[in-house]
Design a binder for this molecule. Structure first.
Ligand code: PLP
Length: 307
């Protein structure tokens, strides 16, 4: 099944149109310079209906990313949130992945983006586990990339901007060519940053550690959710700078992200991590996370937004 077989409509600049008609001009600014900000969001099929996970926070981050690049989104945050709900509804989707994207369109082709129009598009489709069902249960194999994350005075990584993912792609390609499922990238000073599309957590003696957001990473909404859930489960969570070798010596390492959800890591650079499969802490956090997003546990944080 192709991705566009699971959905037929796309929200584009205020209108619901057919998937096949959601096109832009080849001379759009975004095509040449990566002038886009976007989100990746999941909706889950809960016992009480389809719910978008942390919709408000994702829409807020979209507007924050746009602010950094002086992109004025011609809608309010609530209007974009409602357009996202509508996109899921019109496609009759249950569990799905949602991709809102704001970009500079067809206008002028100089580097200056400010005279180009701002277009807003929302698509949604069915999408399973990003790193595979097998990986969710048994862990994935990853490699530390030779490509680093950018310094803070080069590309602002708190903006979820299309161009940032050229950097992620270098790491992802290298990882795949080396036989790994995914990459971990170091920041510009050599400390652990994040995966090509995931944040990272280590477990050492029952304590969780994750890089601070000064390590050139994205302020992940799943990262925030996992910190909250883990603290509630009684774990201490420390945000700090993390050296590469601590990855190898940790009892457990796992990724978090909208796409990857909570994915355990069983090896890094061909070194076995802990017991070489999903560890008990990752399993507890993963299962609690899924109980919350799938609605079998009380939504005490108010993270589910029913469509
Ligand atoms: C580079 C990067 N880091 C981390 C994440 C995880 O962020 P979130 O949990 O908000 O999806 C993502 C995914 O959006 C990402 O692309």
């Amino acid at each position: 099944m192709a991705w566009d077989d699971t959905a037929s409509k796309i929200w584009m600049d205020g209108k619901i149109i057919d998937w096949k008609d959601a096109n832009i001009h080849v001379l759009s600014h975004v095509v040449h310079y990566g002038t886009s900000v976007f989100e990746g969001i999941r909706a889950y099929d809960t016992e009480n209906g389809v719910a978008v996970f942390r919709l408000k926070e994702h829409v807020k981050r979209l507007f924050d990313s746009a602010k950094i690049y002086k992109i004025d989104i011609p809608y309010t945050q609530e209007e974009v949130a409602e357009a996202i709900r509508q996109t899921v509804r019109v496609n009759d989707l249950k569990s799905c992945y949602i991709r809102p994207i704001v970009f500079r369109g067809y206008g002028e082709l100089g580097v200056n983006p400010l005279n180009c129009p701002v277009n807003v598009v929302i698509a949604a489709w069915e999408w399973g586990s990003y790193l595979g069902e097998e990986g969710m249960a048994n862990g994935v194999d990853i490699g530390v990339s030779t490509w680093r994350k950018p310094a803070p005075d080069t590309f602002p990584t708190l903006a979820k901007c299309g161009a940032n993912y050229m950097n992620s792609q270098l790491a992802k390609i290298e990882a795949i060519e080396n036989g790994f499922d995914e990459a971990i990238m170091l920041d510009y000073t050599g400390y652990v940053s994040e995966g090509s599309g995931e944040n990272i957590f280590l477990v050492e003696d029952g304590v969780l550690h994750t890089p601070t957001i000064a390590s050139s990473n994205l302020r992940g909404i799943t990262r925030d959710s996992i910190i909250t859930v883990a603290k509630d489960l009684g774990y201490e969570v420390i945000e700090e700078t993390i050296t590469r070798e601590r990855l190898y010596l940790a009892d457990e390492v796992f990724f978090t992200g909208t796409a990857a959800e909570v994915t355990p890591i069983r090896s890094i650079d061909h070194k076995t991590i802990g017991i070489g499969k999903r560890g008990p802490v990752a399993e507890e956090i993963q299962s609690t996370f899924f109980e919350i997003v799938e609605g079998s546990k009380d939504d005490k944080y108010g993270w589910l937004d029913f469509i």
